[in-house]
Design a protein around this ligand. Structure first.
Ligand code: SF4
Length: 403
């Protein structure tokens, strides 16, 4: 049987999709890119914004249009939040909660056959990628005002360190060059007294994986002990540090647990210890009650931070969250204009960051060839680079001079 799995949303979802793909391949499924070629299609959905929901509906409908006989499963955060809404989409055969996502293989084998043959034999190998996403933690109970995640993910749990080490060793043996450790709140990792610092130290000591990257942290999770680990060059010089707003009052209304000043101190500490580091972030514009002055403060703060990349989100009310009920919802026209300004800054800031490495030699993990025959890959500090080479660079690391 052929299976196509697609993912929307965050790196945690990507890690879960990767784990699913591994399970299905081991059970004999052949992974394919497009629903049109598949017997089974799984969409791992996201519900962080209205746009994420709309994308999921679009992909599910398109899969059915492209392949009337395919068996369609929707899972992930949107499926968890609005199962009835998704079930009503013509053509979705099965909706599976986040909590049951890891049992999808089992669930599928218990569903009476519609178009598919029984699950087959173990497959020898599968075409995986250069960089592997690994889930180490799930759930968040912070209840930030805008966020639907605590309602659609479990309470906080962490994967035992032994399992994480085994998984990383396995992926190293498969030829992976880098693992990205993901979770809803990676900085909240806690297993029998072991925190994220302890876990990273164990990974460095007990595995040979050449590169380790973290998906996302919050400023209050940055400590001198944690950052000292980056003296080991196997930890990629890249921190995704969620900001959400650079205004003290907006952060307060969001129920974030830091001030812009604390955020600045975390960034200063990282930059002092990790030369050439990329600091990327997420920013929400148009949070309820956000005044022009608060937005300008946020914009100015982002400018000062010199981010390597800013993901800009227009605030999108999610029913059930505190912010959805707040007074002072910002008009769409205003959100659009603020988003335009923040995106312009994001572009300027990213260009400045990239240009600051011109002439320097950086390590690159090469991924694949583009349609034009150039090789493309990422530096440790998250700069996408392109090069011409007659050699096969796929999944290799090399140092190149950036132009
Ligand atoms: S920390 Fe806040 S934004 Fe992040 S998942 Fe938890 S509630 Fe959502």
């Amino acid at each position: 049987m052929k299976i196509a799995i697609e993912t929307l949303g965050c790196k945690l979802n990507q890690a879960e999709t990767e784990a699913l793909q591994r399970q299905f391949v081991r059970a004999g499924f052949e992974p394919v890119q497009h629903p049109a070629e598949a017997d089974v299609y799984i969409l791992n959905t996201c519900t962080v914004t209205h746009t994420a929901d709309a994308k999921a509906r679009h992909l599910l409908r398109m899969a059915r249009r492209q392949n009337p006989d395919i068996f369609i499963i929707a899972t992930g955060c949107y499926a968890q939040r609005a199962a009835a809404e998704i079930t009503a989409i013509a053509g979705v055969d099965c909706v599976v909660d986040n909590s049951e996502k890891s049992n999808l293989l089992q669930i599928l084998s218990n569903i009476p056959s519609k178009t598919h043959t029984p699950i087959g034999k173990i497959a020898a190998s599968a075409p995986f990628r250069t960089r592997s996403f690994l889930k180490i933690q799930d759930g968040c109970q912070n209840f930030c005002g805008y966020c639907i995640v605590p309602f659609v993910r479990s309470s906080e749990t962490s994967v035992p360190p032994g399992s994480i080490i085994d998984e990383i060793r396995q992926r190293t043996n498969e030829g992976y060059q880098e693992v990205v450790l993901t979770g809803t709140r990676v900085g909240g990792y806690a297993f029998e007294g072991l925190d994220l610092t302890g876990l990273l130290q164990r990974i460095l000591d007990q595995t040979k994986i050449p590169g380790v990257r973290l998906s996302s942290l919050q400023p209050q999770e940055i400590s001198p002990e944690l950052i000292k680990l980056w003296r080991n060059s196997r930890l990629c010089p890249h921190f995704h540090l969620s900001l959400q707003s650079g205004s003290t009052t907006v952060l307060n209304r969001m129920n974030r647990r830091y001030t812009p000043d604390e955020y600045r101190k975390a960034v200063q500490l990282i930059r002092k210890e990790v030369p050439g580091v990329a600091i990327t972030t997420d920013v929400i514009v148009g949070f309820p009650g956000e005044t022009d002055t608060e937005f300008e403060a946020s914009l100015e703060f982002c400018k000062q931070m010199g981010f390597a990349r800013i993901h800009v989100f227009s605030y999108s009310p999610r029913s059930g969250t505190a912010a959805a009920k707040m007074a002072g919802q910002v008009a769409d026209k205003v959100k659009k204009e603020r988003s335009r300004k923040m995106l312009a800054l994001a572009e300027e800031s990213a260009n400045k960051f990239r240009e600051s490495f011109a002439g320097e030699a950086l390590d690159v993990l090469w991924e694949k060839q583009t349609d034009d025959g150039d090789w493309t890959g990422m530096t440790g500090n998250y700069i996408r680079v392109y090069a011409k080479s007659k050699d096969d660079l796929g999944n290799k690391k090399s140092k190149i001079k950036i132009q």
